[in-house]
Design a protein around this ligand. Structure first.
Ligand code: GLT
Ligand code: MN
Ligand code: MN
Length: 412
């Protein structure tokens, strides 16, 4: 084997990527409400057991690269772009001006802003800690993010209460902590109403994002369902302003079915924003890019969303692997993630209009026509052969996944 010298490796990767084919043009990619987070592109590969493997990218570079790829929206935490010490100060607005210019120069829009309320030492005991000054600071941070969001033209604000929990039992009163957490959200919504009115803009959509574990051992709002209950608990002053940002992997992590979690959010009218990625059940938050682990499940998720007219953002909240170089982040990782999403989206369209599935579903809904619904044996007998269609539908979905419905064959 001949070693591949470092100066020839990009050329090799680029050639193999081109050999893969199947990439969409930036114009096609821009037709989707896809957002790229600052933190995903800037991720250096670090973690508790991991040293960084590549250099960070600033927002100007990330926005420029997203534009080249065809990712039309950008999202950020407050402290992804503004140092903690500069928040709320003049420097913050100077940075916002630079961001607005970078977005305008590259034809991108800011879709979402979120507050980092988990990394800084002040949030060691969560943003809803016992100490009133910590909670005052947290509420100020949320309100400040709302102002940044309006300044940048965002439509959404996301809240990930990942540090709202505990490592050791009995030290906090869960009910009180949740009340305090609601106070923070209420402050953000009230600030939003004020700023929106002043600027003549609609209020933001405030979206809660659940993750079942990590960084705390126990989390007070671990799932999207827990958050739906919280939204309707009576603690929020403006429950109509607060919805969900489910993340695909976070629902999978606790062992749930992402599609079912999304269905419950849809029924509640709260599916407003969606973090797209992939990973494994009952493991930590590996944030692998969409479709690399569960393409079949993803296909079914997109059938659900397409069938129910979901029109919110698809936020690329994944982490390019540590093995990918900084060049690879923008050349391989983001373009291929977007392209897999679009391919799965198109395949979901194929499934929705598939005649085999269409007829099978209609037949199942028609039922077998037992004359007496109270004659249990007759009901079973009338539906016996029809119910075999469940497995046939699953087979057809597999065929669509591998392209057999478009004539791909294996040694037939
Ligand atoms: C963090 C988390 C993500 C959230 C981000 C928004 S922060 O990376 O694991 O899933 O979407 O705060
Ligand atoms: Mn997320
Ligand atoms: Mn995640």
């Amino acid at each position: 084997m001949n070693p591949i010298p470092a100066n020839r490796q990009q050329e090799l990767v680029a050639r193999l990527l081109a050999a893969c084919g199947g990439s969409y043009s930036p114009e096609s990619r821009r037709k989707y409400f896809i957002s790229g987070p600052q933190w995903a592109a800037a991720y250096e590969g670090q973690a508790l057991f991991h040293a960084p493997t590549r250099e960070a990218a600033g927002f100007e570079e990330v926005i420029r690269k997203y534009a080249e790829i065809g990712i039309p929206y950008w999202a950020t935490h407050d402290t992804d772009v503004i140092p903690t010490a500069s928040l709320g100060k003049e420097e913050q607005w100077a940075i916002c001006e630079r961001i607005a210019k970078a977005l305008a120069d590259n034809g991108l829009k800011c879709s979402m802003v979120t507050t980092e309320s988990f990394h800084h030492a002040v949030f060691a005991a969560s943003p809803a800690a016992e100490s009133p000054e910590i909670r005052d600071y947290a509420a100020w941070r949320l309100k400040n993010t709302v102002k940044i969001g309006h300044e940048l033209g965002a439509q959404f604000a996301v809240y990930w209460p990942g540090s709202l929990g505990y490592q050791v039992q009995g030290a906090i009163d869960e009910t009180q902590t949740l009340r305090w957490y609601a106070d923070g959200l209420n402050a953000a919504c009230e600030m939003d109403i004020e700023v929106a009115k002043h600027r003549g803009r609609p209020t933001l959509k405030h979206c809660l994002e659940a993750k079942p574990f990590e960084p705390q051992a126990e989390i007070l709002l671990p799932t999207s369902d827990a958050m739906l209950a919280f939204i309707h608990s009576g603690l929020l002053k403006h429950p109509e302003m607060v919805g969900l940002n489910p993340e695909y992997l976070h629902e999978l992590m606790w062992g749930g079915a992402p599609r079912a979690a999304l269905a419950r959010a849809l029924l509640a009218g709260k599916l407003w924003h969606f973090d797209i990625n992939d990973g494994y059940r009952l493991k930590h938050d590996v944030d692998i890019a969409i479709g690399l682990v569960n393409p079949l499940d993803w296909l079914n998720v997109l059938v659900l969303l397409r069938s129910h007219g979901y029109n919110g953002p698809f936020n690329l909240d994944y982490k390019p692997p540590r093995t990918t170089s900084k060049w690879g982040v923008f050349t391989v990782s983001f373009p291929t993630a977007v392209d897999r999403f679009i391919t799965l989206w198109e395949m979901a369209g194929d499934l929705i209009s598939d005649p085999v599935i269409g007829e099978a579903v209609e037949a199942l809904k028609a039922g077998g026509g037992a004359a007496d619904a109270l004659d249990v044996d007759a009901v079973v007998a009338a539906n016996r052969e029809l119910l075999t269609l469940h497995e046939l539908i699953a087979h057809r979905i597999f065929q669509v996944l591998i392209g057999q419905h478009r004539g791909r064959t294996y040694a037939l």
